[in-house]
Ligand binder design. Structure first.
Ligand code: GLP
Length: 243
């Protein structure tokens, strides 16, 4: 528990810095990082870019997999997660473009696309560190309430609460928010060696309480990480209001 969003961003970025540098990735042995989008991780990405510019971290031998992507939104739409990742992070660092994997929400066959993504993760040797955010309804990636806790990458129809929460990115017009997304499954994230969930703001307080103080429950999919051997929740004071 840290004081505020700035402290969470700084702590999370330092954690990534530490994990990547101690691993000392190389061409033969890459570090595999799972990444989120949304407002919460923006500060962490800014700090990581700063660390990169200061020469304290390199992403040359880092492979990334993003959690999710909207279905049907053009890749260059400012709210697509492709655009977000390139704009907010990838274009500022030395990552190999072919090693920065984001699900293709415009693939002709979405089932094949999800299978391909799972296969790529497996071929990369699994994820070393999966970073995630959560929705106010406790969803991880786009694993909406009621998702199976052993789910794999697939297409999901978004819950009304998620459309409401994300409409701020679409001119506050709920009709503009895509109705479907591709998302890694809860099981996909559970397979990572280590998981770090970032939670900030009082609007996430109920979700944090459900995640850590009640039983594992598929209506609050983030609660699955109670059963992960190495999961870490990094939150600010505001998010702890219901604990
Ligand atoms: C979306 C994403 C999630 C993200 C959540 C929270 O629903 N699919 O991966 O964690 O938003 O976003 P924010 O950080 O903007 O609150």
């Amino acid at each position: 528990i840290l004081d505020d969003t700035a402290a969470v961003a700084d702590w999370a970025a330092r954690f990534v810095l530490q994990r990547v540098t101690e691993f000392a990735p190389s061409a033969e042995r890459r570090f595999v990082l799972g990444l989120p989008t949304g407002g919460t991780p923006l500060g962490m990405y800014k700090r990581l870019i700063q660390f990169y510019k200061e020469g304290r971290i390199s992403f040359k031998y880092v492979t990334t997999f993003n959690m999710d992507e909207y279905v049907g939104l053009p890749r260059d739409h400012p709210e697509s997660y492709h655009y977000y990742m390139w704009n907010e992070f990838f274009k500022h660092i030395d990552i190999e473009p072919s090693q920065a994997h984001v699900l293709d929400g415009n693939a002709p066959n979405l089932v094949d696309e999800c299978t391909r993504f799972e296969k790529l993760i497996k071929e990369a040797g699994g994820v070393n560190l999966f970073i995630g955010g959560i929705g106010p309804d406790g969803h991880i990636a786009f694993n909406e309430p009621g998702s199976s806790l052993v789910s794999r990458t697939r297409a999901k129809t978004l819950a009304y609460d998620t459309l409401e929460a994300n409409k701020r990115f679409f001119g506050n017009d709920i009709s503009k928010v895509p109705r479907q997304a591709l998302t890694v499954g809860v099981g996909t994230v559970m397979d990572a060696k280590e998981v770090m969930i970032l939670i900030t703001g009082s609007h996430k307080a109920l979700a944090l309480a459900k995640a850590v103080e009640e039983g594992v429950n598929h209506m609050w999919t983030v609660s699955a990480f109670q059963q992960h051997p190495q999961a870490l929740f990094v939150c600010d004071e505001d998010a702890t209001l219901e604990l």
